[in-house]
Design a protein around this ligand. Structure first.
Ligand SMILES: [Zn+2]
Length: 215
Protein backbone atom coordinates (compact mmCIF):
# COMPACT_ATOMS: atom_id res chain seq x y z
CA UNK A 1 0.00 0.00 0.00
CA UNK A 2 1.19 3.50 -0.77
CA UNK A 3 2.10 6.01 1.91
CA UNK A 4 -0.20 8.38 -0.02
CA UNK A 5 -3.12 6.70 1.76
CA UNK A 6 -1.95 7.96 5.18
CA UNK A 7 -2.92 11.33 6.69
CA UNK A 8 -0.29 13.51 8.42
CA UNK A 9 -1.14 12.26 11.95
CA UNK A 10 -0.76 8.65 10.80
CA UNK A 11 2.52 9.45 9.05
CA UNK A 12 3.86 11.00 12.25
CA UNK A 13 2.84 7.94 14.28
CA UNK A 14 4.41 5.55 11.77
CA UNK A 15 7.71 7.49 11.65
CA UNK A 16 7.74 7.67 15.47
CA UNK A 17 7.84 3.85 15.51
CA UNK A 18 11.12 3.95 13.61
CA UNK A 19 12.94 6.71 15.48
CA UNK A 20 11.80 5.54 18.92
CA UNK A 21 12.68 1.90 18.38
CA UNK A 22 15.15 0.40 20.84
CA UNK A 23 18.05 0.17 18.38
CA UNK A 24 17.76 3.68 16.94
CA UNK A 25 20.63 5.14 18.98
CA UNK A 26 22.94 2.18 18.30
CA UNK A 27 22.20 2.43 14.58
CA UNK A 28 23.28 6.10 14.56
CA UNK A 29 26.57 6.47 16.48
CA UNK A 30 27.49 9.51 14.35
CA UNK A 31 24.59 11.58 15.72
CA UNK A 32 24.97 13.70 18.85
CA UNK A 33 22.59 13.23 21.80
CA UNK A 34 21.00 16.56 20.87
CA UNK A 35 20.43 15.50 17.27
CA UNK A 36 18.82 12.23 18.40
CA UNK A 37 16.58 14.12 20.84
CA UNK A 38 15.45 16.57 18.13
CA UNK A 39 14.56 13.73 15.80
CA UNK A 40 12.71 11.73 18.45
CA UNK A 41 10.86 14.70 19.95
CA UNK A 42 10.06 16.86 16.92
CA UNK A 43 11.00 14.81 13.83
CA UNK A 44 13.54 17.59 13.29
CA UNK A 45 16.27 16.13 11.02
CA UNK A 46 19.92 17.22 10.72
CA UNK A 47 20.54 18.78 7.30
CA UNK A 48 24.01 17.36 6.65
CA UNK A 49 24.04 13.92 8.25
CA UNK A 50 22.34 10.69 7.24
CA UNK A 51 19.96 9.09 9.73
CA UNK A 52 19.75 5.31 9.58
CA UNK A 53 16.78 3.04 10.01
CA UNK A 54 17.67 0.49 12.70
CA UNK A 55 15.48 -2.11 11.01
CA UNK A 56 16.73 -5.01 8.88
CA UNK A 57 16.98 -4.44 5.14
CA UNK A 58 14.87 -6.20 2.52
CA UNK A 59 16.51 -7.67 -0.59
CA UNK A 60 16.27 -4.18 -2.12
CA UNK A 61 18.26 -2.69 0.75
CA UNK A 62 15.27 -0.88 2.24
CA UNK A 63 13.69 -1.36 5.64
CA UNK A 64 10.02 -1.75 6.47
CA UNK A 65 7.64 -0.92 9.27
CA UNK A 66 4.16 -2.28 9.96
CA UNK A 67 1.50 0.33 10.67
CA UNK A 68 -2.19 -0.50 11.19
CA UNK A 69 -1.56 -3.93 9.73
CA UNK A 70 0.14 -2.72 6.54
CA UNK A 71 3.85 -2.77 5.66
CA UNK A 72 5.48 0.43 4.42
CA UNK A 73 9.02 1.28 3.35
CA UNK A 74 10.63 3.45 6.03
CA UNK A 75 12.23 6.00 3.70
CA UNK A 76 8.95 6.60 1.87
CA UNK A 77 7.23 7.20 5.22
CA UNK A 78 9.76 9.76 6.45
CA UNK A 79 9.68 11.52 3.07
CA UNK A 80 5.88 11.69 3.06
CA UNK A 81 5.76 12.85 6.68
CA UNK A 82 8.33 15.59 6.07
CA UNK A 83 6.31 16.81 3.08
CA UNK A 84 3.05 16.87 5.08
CA UNK A 85 1.57 13.99 3.14
CA UNK A 86 1.87 15.69 -0.29
CA UNK A 87 1.17 12.72 -2.60
CA UNK A 88 4.15 11.02 -4.23
CA UNK A 89 3.61 10.93 -8.00
CA UNK A 90 2.73 7.68 -9.77
CA UNK A 91 5.94 5.99 -10.88
CA UNK A 92 8.15 8.31 -8.85
CA UNK A 93 11.00 6.87 -6.81
CA UNK A 94 12.06 8.29 -3.49
CA UNK A 95 15.78 8.62 -4.18
CA UNK A 96 18.69 8.64 -1.79
CA UNK A 97 20.87 11.65 -2.61
CA UNK A 98 23.58 11.40 0.09
CA UNK A 99 26.29 8.82 -0.57
CA UNK A 100 27.74 7.07 2.49
CA UNK A 101 29.07 3.85 0.98
CA UNK A 102 27.45 0.74 -0.54
CA UNK A 103 26.36 -0.73 2.80
CA UNK A 104 24.69 2.29 4.31
CA UNK A 105 23.37 4.61 1.59
CA UNK A 106 19.98 2.88 1.20
CA UNK A 107 19.51 2.73 4.98
CA UNK A 108 19.25 6.50 5.16
CA UNK A 109 15.77 7.74 6.13
CA UNK A 110 16.65 11.43 6.58
CA UNK A 111 13.97 13.10 4.42
CA UNK A 112 16.21 16.12 3.78
CA UNK A 113 18.49 13.75 1.84
CA UNK A 114 15.67 12.11 -0.13
CA UNK A 115 13.82 13.36 -3.19
CA UNK A 116 10.98 12.24 -5.46
CA UNK A 117 11.98 11.73 -9.10
CA UNK A 118 11.49 9.39 -12.09
CA UNK A 119 13.23 6.02 -11.93
CA UNK A 120 15.74 6.76 -14.71
CA UNK A 121 16.98 9.88 -12.93
CA UNK A 122 17.24 7.85 -9.71
CA UNK A 123 19.14 5.05 -11.53
CA UNK A 124 21.63 7.61 -12.84
CA UNK A 125 22.59 8.35 -9.23
CA UNK A 126 24.43 5.01 -9.24
CA UNK A 127 26.96 6.54 -11.62
CA UNK A 128 27.39 9.58 -9.37
CA UNK A 129 27.85 7.31 -6.36
CA UNK A 130 30.49 5.18 -8.15
CA UNK A 131 32.32 8.40 -8.94
CA UNK A 132 32.06 9.57 -5.34
CA UNK A 133 33.27 6.20 -4.05
CA UNK A 134 36.34 6.39 -6.26
CA UNK A 135 37.15 9.98 -5.33
CA UNK A 136 36.61 9.42 -1.61
CA UNK A 137 38.72 6.28 -1.64
CA UNK A 138 41.46 8.07 -3.54
CA UNK A 139 41.43 10.89 -1.00
CA UNK A 140 41.65 8.43 1.87
CA UNK A 141 44.39 6.39 0.24
CA UNK A 142 46.37 9.52 -0.56
CA UNK A 143 46.36 10.69 3.03
CA UNK A 144 48.04 9.40 6.13
CA UNK A 145 46.95 6.19 7.74
CA UNK A 146 44.88 7.68 10.49
CA UNK A 147 45.39 5.87 13.78
CA UNK A 148 42.26 4.40 15.30
CA UNK A 149 40.23 5.15 12.20
CA UNK A 150 40.33 8.88 12.90
CA UNK A 151 39.72 11.06 9.89
CA UNK A 152 41.94 13.82 8.58
CA UNK A 153 41.68 17.44 9.65
CA UNK A 154 38.51 19.31 8.74
CA UNK A 155 40.26 21.73 6.40
CA UNK A 156 41.54 19.02 4.06
CA UNK A 157 38.10 17.37 4.02
CA UNK A 158 36.55 20.71 3.06
CA UNK A 159 39.10 21.15 0.27
CA UNK A 160 38.37 17.67 -1.02
CA UNK A 161 34.59 18.21 -0.85
CA UNK A 162 34.87 21.49 -2.78
CA UNK A 163 37.04 19.84 -5.44
CA UNK A 164 34.61 16.92 -5.86
CA UNK A 165 31.62 19.28 -6.08
CA UNK A 166 33.44 21.19 -8.80
CA UNK A 167 33.92 18.06 -10.90
CA UNK A 168 30.36 16.63 -10.65
CA UNK A 169 29.38 18.09 -14.00
CA UNK A 170 27.00 15.29 -15.04
CA UNK A 171 25.34 15.40 -11.63
CA UNK A 172 24.71 19.14 -11.90
CA UNK A 173 22.76 18.48 -15.09
CA UNK A 174 20.93 15.24 -14.23
CA UNK A 175 20.27 15.86 -10.55
CA UNK A 176 19.85 19.61 -10.48
CA UNK A 177 16.67 19.29 -8.39
CA UNK A 178 18.84 17.84 -5.63
CA UNK A 179 22.49 17.15 -6.38
CA UNK A 180 24.22 14.06 -5.07
CA UNK A 181 26.17 14.73 -1.89
CA UNK A 182 28.15 12.71 0.61
CA UNK A 183 28.93 12.65 4.34
CA UNK A 184 32.64 11.91 4.64
CA UNK A 185 32.62 11.06 8.34
CA UNK A 186 29.97 8.37 7.89
CA UNK A 187 31.42 7.11 4.59
CA UNK A 188 34.73 6.62 6.43
CA UNK A 189 33.04 4.50 9.09
CA UNK A 190 31.48 2.38 6.35
CA UNK A 191 34.87 2.10 4.63
CA UNK A 192 36.56 0.85 7.79
CA UNK A 193 33.82 -1.71 8.33
CA UNK A 194 34.08 -2.90 4.73
CA UNK A 195 37.83 -3.27 5.06
CA UNK A 196 37.27 -5.53 8.04
CA UNK A 197 39.19 -3.17 10.30
CA UNK A 198 36.26 -3.21 12.65
CA UNK A 199 34.00 -6.18 13.36
CA UNK A 200 30.83 -6.33 11.26
CA UNK A 201 28.33 -4.08 12.86
CA UNK A 202 25.72 -5.61 15.17
CA UNK A 203 23.99 -2.28 15.52
CA UNK A 204 21.14 -3.12 13.14
CA UNK A 205 18.21 -5.47 13.62
CA UNK A 206 18.66 -9.07 12.43
CA UNK A 207 16.49 -10.73 9.78
CA UNK A 208 14.92 -12.98 12.46
CA UNK A 209 13.95 -10.01 14.60
CA UNK A 210 12.52 -8.30 11.53
CA UNK A 211 10.31 -11.23 10.57
CA UNK A 212 8.88 -11.32 14.12
CA UNK A 213 8.30 -7.56 14.19
CA UNK A 214 6.59 -7.52 10.78
CA UNK A 215 4.47 -10.64 11.33
ZN1 LIG B 1 24.15 12.99 -9.07
Amino acid sequence: MSVNSLVPDELRAAVAQIVNSSRFVAANPHLTKGEVASIQRDLDWPALKPVFSPFAQTHDGYSQVRFKGVKYLCHRLTFAEYNDGTPIGVGEDISHTCYVGPQLTARNINPIQLCAEPNDINQARKACFLYLERELDRFRAGGDIWPGGQGPRDASVEDMAARIRGTQILCRELHREQECSFCYEVWLQDRFERAGLRPPSARFESDEEASQRLE
